[in-house]
Every structure is written in structure tokens, then in C-alpha cells.
Write a protein that binds this ligand. Sequence first.
Ligand SMILES: CC(C)=CCC/C(C)=C/CC/C(C)=C/COP(=O)(O)OP(=O)(O)O
Length: 271
Amino acid sequence: MHATVRGLVRACHPEPTLAVTAVAAGIAVSAGRPPWGVLLVAAAVLTGQLSVGWLNDYLDAARDREVGRTDKPIATGLVKKRIVGAAACCASAACVPLSFTTGLLAGGVHLVAVVSAWAYDAGVKSTRLSVLPYALSFGLLPVFVVLTSGQAPPWWLFTAGALLGSGAHFANALPDLADDARTGVHGLPHLLGPRWSSWAAVALLLGAMTCLVAGPAGAPSVAGLSLLAAACLVLTAALAPRRGSGSRALFRAIMAVALLAVVLLLITPLG
Ligand SMILES: CC(C)=CCC/C(C)=C/CC/C(C)=C/COP(=O)(O)OP(=O)(O)O
């Protein structure tokens, strides 16, 4: 693959970009969207995620170069900064019409989510409010998808998405806390430190799962209760003293719980 293309792929934060796009498409399927509707949602979310990922690396280029980050393609010289900036502009320009193609209200809601993520990139990530863009953007993501189907999103959906996104912020920051501190990033996870950030991730992810189990009308589903019980078991096992490698076991457990929460979001009836 050409170096510039490889650089652009790395700079867009490919793993979260694809994961968020796949989850949005999955929610569209469970909201009953036809194939073309799922495709439109996926295209709007993909371009939004690409714009957020590229803007992030574009704005962080100098700092990443300064501390010699080998995982950052602008810092290593794999791709030119201006090409990543141009790619961010193209993705943003495509995201606007694609979002509005899904509907005026739905499109507006998606663009608010994307602008909130740009605010994270533009500096909120280095402040005590770093969790807020995650809460707002991920709270609005499932609301956007349900709105594309013309239904009213249930009241608990924004809360569940916001809790899940906030938990993801703390979980995602855990491995990079020391590196980030060196580069002047002092978000909420850095302020709380690894121990309290781990507990914040656990509480927020379990909160999201509880919301998804208790939110829908009627008795909680067996599948929902089972996933919640599985999450509690995974955490209990990770916290058992005999596991030894404390924080690594807890981090892996938090990632497993995040995955269970996403599965629960995908199987929860949204009507
Ligand atoms: C629905 C929707 C639009 C959701 C997006 C929400 C959001 C705030 C995403 C930020 C993603 C991102 C580029 C993180 C990298 O952060 P970093 O700079 O802390 O990490 P890095 O240094 O490893 O790049």
C-alpha cells in the first residue's frame, strides 16, 4: 500500500472509527431500517468518524512529534500534515449532506454529535471537562439512528449512550495516562489517576447496562439480565486477590464489560 494511504488509514484512528460505524449500523438494523437506510446511517457515521480521527491527529501533530510518538503517522513522516488536514476537510464536507439525507432532525442531531467530538479534538480533551464531548456525542449517536426511522427515541436511550461513551473515555485513557501527562494532556482521567479512572469506567459501564436492562417497558429481558450478570462476574473475577496482576486484569475486565454493554445496546428493543 502507498505510504500516504497507509498514513491516512493510521491517522483516522481506524479501530474506533470502524467500531462506532458498525455499532451505528447495528442499531439501525435493530431499529428496523431497510438496507439502504442502514447504508446511509453507516456512510454518515463513517464520514463523521473519519473527520474526528483525522482532525485529532492533525491538531496533535506538533505534540506527537515533540514526544516522538511512533504510532502517529504525521510524527513519523509517513504522511504529510496538510494531507491529513485536507482529508479531515473532505470527510467533514461529505458528512453534512450524508447526515441530512437521513432526515432534517436526525441529520442535525448527528452533526451536533460530530461537532462535540471536534471540540474534544480542539482542546476539551486537555481539560477537566474531557468526558463531556464523549457523553454528548455517544448519547446522541443512538438517538440519531432511531430518529432516522421516524420513531421517537425512548427516554433512556440518550442516558445509556452517554454513560457508555463516558465509560469508554475513562477505559480508553487508562493505558496512555503516563504518556499523555508528558505531552500536557490533563483531562479528567489524568486528574483522577489510574485507580479512580478504572472505578469510574466500571461504574459508568455498569450504569449504562442497568439503564438498557431497566429502561425498556415491561419486565427486564432474560438476555439483558444475563449480560449484566456476566459483566458483574467478569469484574468480580478480575478483582479477586489471587489474580495478582491487579490493574492489567481490571483493564481487560473493563474492556470485556464495554463489549458486553455494546452487545446489550444492539439487542435492546428500541421501540
Ligand atoms: C458519535 C461520535 C461523533 C462520537 C465521537 C466522540 C469522541 C469525543 C471521539 C474522540 C475520538 C478520538 C479521536 C480519540 C483520540 O483521542 P486522543 O487524542 O486522546 O488519543 P490519541 O492521542 O491516541 O490520538
